[in-house]
Design a protein. Structure first.
Length: 114
């Protein structure tokens, strides 16, 4: 069974930075896509950033130029460097890995104060 351990959330002021990490373990298959989704209070869960096994990336328009996704395939770990944070970035951030199906982390809270 795939397990995802997320870390790095917290409370920061607008303009600050955070770095999220998500380590995957227990997979017997090749992980093709890793990434992050975000769910703001009262809203649906939306994609923030995704990265493929060959390092192709996709970002939500709202985070382009501010967030950077990267991965360490040897460690099955994905990172999200978030700079220039805004109050609208507040939400629960979920890690996802996709191989034989999609697996989700438990979520980590990110709160940006104005």
């Amino acid at each position: 069974q795939v397990q995802l351990v997320e870390s790095g959330g917290g409370l920061v002021q607008a303009g600050g930075s955070l770095r999220l990490s998500c380590a995957a373990s227990g997979s017997s298959f090749r992980i093709n896509v890793m990434g992050w989704y975000r769910q703001a209070p009262g809203k649906q869960r939306d994609s923030v950033a995704l990265i493929t096994s060959d390092d192709s990336t996709n970002y939500a328009d709202s985070v382009k130029g501010r967030f950077t996704i990267s991965r360490d395939n040897a460690k099955n770990t994905v990172y999200l460097q978030m700079n220039g944070l805004k109050p609208e970035d507040t939400g629960v951030y979920y890690c996802v890995v996709i191989g034989r199906g999609a697996y989700w982390g438990q979520g980590t809270q990110v709160t940006i104060s104005s």
